[in-house]
Design a protein around this ligand. Sequence first.
Ligand SMILES: N[C@@H](CCC(=O)N[C@@H](CS)C(=O)NCC(=O)O)C(=O)O
Length: 230
Amino acid sequence: MTDVILYGFQRSTYVNVARLVLLAKGVPFEFHDTETVMRAPGGWTLHPFGRVPVLLHDDFLLWETAAIVTYIDEAFAGPPLQPACARRRAAMRAWIGSVDSYYYPWIVFHLVHERLVFHELGIPADEQAVMRALPEIRRALAVLEQHLAANRSFLADDAPSLADYFMLPSLTALGFTDEGRDMLAQTPAVARWLAAMAALPAVQRLRAMLPPPVPIEHARHWVQIHRPAA
Ligand SMILES: N[C@@H](CCC(=O)N[C@@H](CS)C(=O)NCC(=O)O)C(=O)O
């Protein structure tokens, strides 16, 4: 038994951010798969906006991935995942905010949903949404490439911080699309960072525990509720 429960569905990008941080900290947790409830009438109500992840630690319920991973780092023993230096810590937060604003929405909402999630459900892609996203993703990757090419191993510190764990699932998802693979082939410093991340024990443990991907059935309603306007 553990006093930490993480709620989410298996292929969620943000859920995997939270899982990576729990694993990197060595915090034992139970994973409660929300896919079935997210599909059911009435839906998923533990998160006030119907999203995942949600963390429950004893009687403390928390949502929003940035808050969750910061809490995990601060409330539990294990290697610190936030830089000691104030400027590096600020840089870490800037990268986390950037994932929320400039990486995840274009990569996951615009590209991965259209190319993978909807495709697996037999829903035709909105090519206009994809076309609108591609230059934004190229720009975001160029920013990351330039940053990492300046002789940096990780985003905000000499060791992986919350920022690296925040970025990884979005870029992993990008690599599942043809367009994303082509872009990543042109960003060698990002490729070097991805290889360094893949070698981390937390990343290897998460990848080993993930079940084979199956279509995300509850995503059918995303077409109505959050398919981006082209
Ligand atoms: N701002 C939220 C975003 C979470 C989010 O969008 N999660 C997605 C999965 S990666 C989700 O819950 N999607 C389910 C849905 O929209 O029905 C956070 O940082 O946790």
